[in-house]
Design a protein around this ligand. Structure first.
Ligand code: SF4
Length: 284
């Protein structure tokens, strides 16, 4: 049994959020640089140059790369041999929430969360609460993946409860059509996360996690790898381009995860991440 103090969890959460807000992943930066080498029109090139310059300044000056600092999503994998010792930070979820609040206050990040979604819509003023998904796994470590998610892209996401007869082509058309309908709203070039299978809520969680997969990684299942490639090609043929200015790079990647599902269904979710696709992970 390994003891992890709640305060360590607070500190890890805080550090990961700030890291994600200030520093774009090297994989995404490399993909944007490759897109800049490919694009030939002035507006597309200008948009990519500005995105890259903005990311450089954010990293050097430790300032958020976008004014929408997002709603914080935390995927936690908690080893079953860990005992979390409550302290001044509280228990596990208290500590994650306190870490998220500390990041927003200390990092001067924009408070973007309202309490009641339908009636009051009062800003909570510290971006709380974070959305926490926890899985208990083997081992004696705690791993956190933190995703600050802007809603320009989140709002363009979609779920469809397909019958199995929709097949591969139905899923491919849905992915491409979701990106087409989104147009410039999710701040392209985007990363398109897809979840196929599971249930209504599970496919959405898979799609979200797929937005954080390394750009340039190859899906281990070659059938899905081929589908990813085909969808990316079709998406980039739409011509929406960087920032919607037209061009060959609407998305940097399509990532498809999958899960077993019911014989009568094929739930499919598409979650779009913008060019400021922020995520960071760490373990204790
Ligand atoms: S979609 Fe992304 S880049 Fe666009 S405003 Fe939102 S967080 Fe910023």
């Amino acid at each position: 049994m390994r003891i992890i103090r709640a305060n360590e969890i607070l500190e890890l959460t805080r550090r990961l959020i700030l890291d994600a807000e200030f520093n774009i992943g090297v994989d995404i930066r490399a993909a944007l640089e490759a897109a800049l080498r490919r694009e030939t029109t002035a507006p597309a090139r200008l948009a990519l140059e500005q995105i890259l310059e903005n990311q450089r300044i954010a990293s050097e000056e430790r300032t958020p790369m976008c004014q929408d600092t997002g709603m914080i999503i935390v995927f936690a994998e908690l080893g079953q041999d860990v005992h979390i010792e409550s302290d001044a930070a509280g228990g596990f979820e208290d500590a994650v929430q306190a870490g998220a609040r500390a990041a927003f206050r200390g990092g001067y990040l924009r408070a973007s969360v309202v309490d009641d979604p339908l009636f009051d819509r009062t800003n909570t003023r510290d971006n709380s609460p974070a959305v926490i998904h926890t899985r208990v796994v083997d081992g004696d470590r705690l791993r956190l993946v933190v995703i600050p998610k802007g809603f320009g892209s989140e709002n363009m996401s979609a779920v469809r409860m397909f019958p199995p007869s929709a097949g591969r082509d139905g899923v491919a058309d849905f992915i491409v059509d979701t990106v087409r309908r989104a147009g410039s709203k999710p701040c392209p070039p985007t990363i398109v996360g897809v979840g196929v299978g599971g249930t209504f809520e599970q496919c959405a969680m898979i799609a979200k996690m797929e937005t954080a997969r390394r750009v340039g990684s190859v899906n281990p299942d070659m059938r899905y790898a081929k589908l990813e490639e085909e969808c990316l090609e079709r998406i980039n043929a739409l011509g929406i381009g960087p920032a919607g200015y037209g061009g060959a790079t609407t998305s940097l990647a399509v990532h498809i995860g999958h899960a077993p599902t019911h014989i009568a269904g094929m739930p499919t979710a598409v979650n779009i991440a913008c060019h400021a696709s922020r995520h960071a992970e760490g373990s204790i």
